[in-house]
Design a protein around this ligand. Structure first.
Ligand code: ZN
Ligand code: ZN
Length: 595
């Protein structure tokens, strides 16, 4: 009888392992979270081959006696249920008490732990207790997991390469150290330290320890709250934007979460301060009543659901926008050089809209390539309709306005050279004027009707029945864009009027592409982004090119107009419009100062 029970339990553990343990990082996660529960202040994670060979976590937490140590490897061991006031905490770790026995069932696990004088040494192989003896361990716990999945070949093959497994663990520990700046983490792979934090309990210092000075010196503090949520943390200046989203960390009630809406809100707040393909660095801590958090989420996903999400996101967006608006965001030429990645002129990528754009706009859209839209936007009668929900109250950037930029001249036919008491500024004349025009045209788009034109011969588009129905459901999108569209016989639409920016000779192609993306994404077709792209293109075309001689008056006018911009720091595509050489930088370069 006893044996049968043990067997079934071991089997259950193996099955649970499949649920809870997917990769080396999940083992690290479980072990490190146990260390945090044990109130450790120093946690060391040692890996061999990214964890494929060995994962060892050592902490200075309170350790266990023999009884607790053995209990930890039984399923449903409840001794670890901690703060009962924190429902969320227990529930997101749903398999708490199951993960450790699960890991032990699919690996060789060795533990040294001690909470008083006598320590305990336990060795478990494939779920079977091999050794249980006293040891002379010091206070704390050390757990080594080797040969993960050695007895479950089917799972083993899901483990990735060393680099990939290591990458996951590094990302996890980095984010965890933001959630716990009070804990010193050290992650070592093959005897080389990969991550190390000091446990200073200072978030900015931790950001510095993880991302380095280039990032930490460009972070801006955020602190805002409403009745339900308290938000604190750091967001980056646009000059250090990254090419992927992995540098946004959100922490809810002390736990790192991955929440699509939160990430999206943080990213969207930078709209118009960055190209679409760039993402901010942010560490955001959210505190809330645990009852506002939905607990029914699978534990291996770090996602959560929260009530009053819209309020939270809106608060987050407006506070980030507020900070961006107030700060002076001119990148310093010298430091910027090291951190600024080249920005391509692709405003929209990975977006259904992109397909439309690919057809409607020239490939490899370059700043200085003539863009062949029909651009009559300058004409005063241009009737534009309200088509974006963005608020159109433009507030001049106060800090930028305070700069008393004095134009000295033009360099290379492309840059306006200006100075203040603090340093020397180079302004990209095209980028600057494009920004000015972009904000102007945006307002026109927001305030007026879209200019449309009638087709000489109506354009007919025939579709499959299902596509025809999908378009029918979203005709409003097309109408809002300025298309006059009617049903015309079986599965066919006829278009008698279209927005005038459609490139002549390419109308059918562009319309087909717009149809395709509406069919594909329906209501999610992002009109704001689409319009934004059109506006940026128009602004680009309206603006002075590089390699154009400008008079002092013309340059002063550009600077004056730039002063009035909501976001004077980059062109419509996210390229910087102004950079600074501070007096100090210049003195340093000329060795007038030595450090
Ligand atoms: Zn341009
Ligand atoms: Zn541009």
């Amino acid at each position: 009888m006893g044996n049968i029970k043990v067997m079934s339990e071991n089997l259950a553990n193996k099955i649970a392992a499949g649920e809870v343990v997917e990769k080396c990082a999940s083992v690290v996660k479980e072990l490190v979270e146990n260390s945090i529960d044990a109130e450790a202040t120093i946690i060391k994670i040692e890996l061999q081959n990214g964890g494929l060979k060995l994962i060892k976590v050592t902490d200075n937490g309170k350790g266990m006696d023999e009884k607790d140590a053995l209990l930890a490897f039984q399923r449903h061991a409840t001794s670890k249920l901690i703060h009962e006031d924190d429902l969320f905490f227990i529930n997101t770790l749903g398999f708490r008490g199951e993960a450790l026995p699960s890991i032990a069932s699919v690996s060789e696990l060795e533990m040294y732990t001690c909470n008083k004088d006598v320590g305990t040494h336990i060795l478990i192989k494939g779920g079977k207790l091999v050794t249980n003896e006293p040891s002379d361990a010091r206070i704390g716990t050390s757990i080594s997991v080797s040969n993960l999945f050695y007895n479950t070949p089917a799972r083993l093959k899901y483990l990735k390469s060393e680099q990939s497994e290591l990458g996951n663990t590094v990302a996890f520990i980095e984010k965890l150290s933001f959630a716990h700046p009070e804990i010193s983490f050290e992650l070592i792979n093959n005897d080389k330290t990969v991550v190390k934090t000091s446990g200073s309990n200072n978030l900015l210092k931790t950001i510095h320890e993880i991302y380095g000075l280039n990032v930490s010196s460009k972070m801006m503090e955020l602190s805002v709250k409403n009745d339900d949520y308290e938000v604190e943390g750091y967001i980056c200046k646009p000059e250090i934007l990254k090419s992927n989203k992995n540098h946004i960390t959100t922490i809810v009630n002390g736990r790192v979460v991955k929440n699509f809406e939160l990430n999206k809100a943080i990213n969207e707040a930078y709209f118009r301060y960055k190209p679409d393909i760039k993402y901010p660095v942010a560490v955001i801590k959210i505190e809330t009543d645990p009852t506002l958090i939905d607990v029914n989420i699978h534990p291996t996903k770090q996602d959560i659901k929260m009530s009053k999400m819209d309020e939270l996101c809106n608060m987050l967006i407006s506070s980030i926008k507020d900070i961006l608006q107030k700060e002076l965001l001119i990148p310093n030429a010298l430091k910027a050089e090291a951190v600024m990645e080249p920005i391509e002129n692709t405003l929209i990528k990975n977006d259904a809209v992109n397909k439309v754009l690919e057809a409607s706009l020239p490939k490899n859209l370059n700043e200085d390539i003539q863009i062949e839209l029909n651009l009559n936007i300058n004409e005063k009668e241009t009737p534009y309709k309200e088509i974006t929900k963005e608020d159109n109250t433009v507030i001049t950037n106060p800090e930028f306005k305070k700069l008393k930029l004095e134009v000295i001249g033009q360099a290379l036919g492309t840059y306006i050279v200006a100075q203040t008491e603090d340093g020397l500024y180079l302004i990209d004349q095209h980028a600057a004027e494009e920004r000015v025009n972009y904000e102007k045209v945006t307002k026109e788009f927001e305030n007026q009707d879209i200019k449309t034109q009638e087709t000489l011969i109506p354009i007919t588009i025939e579709l499959s029945t299902s596509d025809f129905i999908k378009i029918k459901r979203h005709l409003n999108i097309l109408e809002d864009m300025g298309f006059k569209i009617e049903e015309f016989g079986l599965n066919t639409y006829t278009i008698k009027e279209h927005p005038s920016w459609l490139k002549e000779g390419h109308e059918v192609e562009i319309i087909n592409n717009i149809f395709d993306s509406i069919i594909e994404v329906g209501d999610k077709f992002d009109r704001i982004k689409f319009n934004n792209y059109v506006i940026a293109t128009i602004a680009c075309k309206m603006s002075v090119r590089a390699n154009t001689r400008l008079s002092m008056e013309a340059m002063e006018r550009i600077i004056e107009d730039l002063m009035k911009c909501e976001n004077p720091y980059n062109c419509a595509h996210g390229r910087p419009s102004i950079i600074k050489f501070s007096n100090y930088d210049l003195e340093k370069m000329f060795k007038r100062v030595m450090n």
